[in-house]
Ligand binder design. Structure first.
Ligand code: CP
Length: 348
């Protein structure tokens, strides 16, 4: 049986075809009902080992990868940077090589540096899954966002999607820009000039991607309004005059949401700053699909582990380590958009 994928790792959306993205979404759709069962477990990955290696904080991604692995009957091990020998000076690659010696089938990694998963993919036999690398990509977030949109709207092609906020530091924005473009959506991005550089419009060649100065211009007529987290930990770098001003000029409130299509949906990857990038009555309102996103995150991560971990019939552990040329280098777009040097920690 084949996986329907051309790559044995999931390092980013940029390297996937529209068909591969759709295959992940269709597989995730088929896994959704498992979480509604009384016994929420299937034997698909019995005997396989998944290591979750998180060098940054996470609630949604880490928990859902762990639950996903367990619902597929894999053996799941969680390692956080603070509890690992990284605190004693061990390098990322030495950590990876030592984990490899224990023959895991999949390593899920979140790391503050763009390109860290690609480094692991060069030295590991295990399939590598990028759970967020610096300001570069967060592919499973974009997949779960797409699944959520597709469930509500029936398609992505032709939809108008507004993405608002801190594009500069956002791996979610980058992965979504790639995915939405590949599936034919029209994307309007907006935020303060310091955080939404015009160069972002050129991120995906040939895409329907534009950057607006005013959030109102991006929201106007949108079918989907996606709000990004303001990364408060960076505000000492004077990207914004103040969080209060940000809320006034760029935050999504009910008045601004009225500019969107009458059946527009609201999304946020989390964690949210209520009252800053999104008003509570919007986040908790009838159009909000924020918790649907979280539920779909579990199904997407089950699909990713299943397809890359051998559930569909492949055996990754028997494959040789991949060539260093098998994935595009991620660093260029991560560090040059907007001309800012991206300090990439906590970049969701
Ligand atoms: N959206 C997201 O990645 O959330 P976490 O940082 O909680 O995993």
């Amino acid at each position: 049986m084949k996986t329907g994928l051309t790559q044995r790792h999931l390092l980013g959306i940029r390297g996937l075809s529209a068909e591969e993205i759709t295959h992940f979404l269709d597989t995730a759709e088929s896994f959704r009902e498992i979480s509604g069962r009384e016994i929420k477990k299937v034997p698909a990955l019995r005997g396989r080992t998944v290591i979750n290696l998180f060098f940054e904080p996470s609630t949604r991604t880490r928990t859902s990868f762990e639950i996903a692995g367990k619902r597929l009957s894999a053996d799941v091990v969680n390692i956080s940077a603070s509890a690992s020998s990284v605190t004693k000076g061990e390098t990322l690659l030495d950590t990876a090589r030592n984990l490899e010696a224990m023959a895991p089938d999949l390593i899920v990694i979140r790391h503050p540096s763009a390109g860290a998963p690609h480094q692991l993919a060069r030295v590991c036999r295990a399939a590598i899954v990028n759970a967020g690398d610096g300001a570069h990509e967060h592919p499973t977030q974009a997949l779960l966002d797409a699944l959520t949109i597709r469930q509500r709207k029936g398609k992505l092609e032709g939809l108008r999607v507004a993405i608002l906020g801190d594009l500069l530091h956002s791996r979610v924005a980058r992965s979504n820009a790639h995915l939405l473009s590949k599936l034919g959506a029209h994307v309007a991005l907006a935020g303060p000039g310091t955080l939404a550089p015009p160069e972002f419009a050129t991120l995906v060649e040939g895409a329907s991607l534009r950057v607006e100065r005013r959030v109102e211009d991006a929201i106007e007529g949108a079918d989907v309004v996606m709000v990004l987290r303001i990364q408060r930990e960076r505000q000492d770098k004077a990207f914004l005059p103040s969080l209060r001003e940000y809320a006034v000029h760029y935050g999504l409130n009910l008045k601004r949401l009225e500019l969107a299509a009458p059946d527009a949906i609201v999304m946020h990857p989390g964690p949210m700053n209520r009252g800053i990038e999104i008003a509570s009555d919007v986040a908790d309102g009838a159009r909000s699909l924020i918790l649907d996103q979280v539920a779909n995150g579990l199904a997407v991560r089950m699909a990713v582990l299943y397809l890359l971990g051998g559930g569909a019939g492949t055996t990754n552990t028997s494959s040789p380590p991949p060539s260093a040329k098998s994935e595009p280098e991620p660093l260029t777009e991560a560090v040059t958009v907007g001309g800012a040097q991206t300090d990439t920690s906590n970049a969701t």
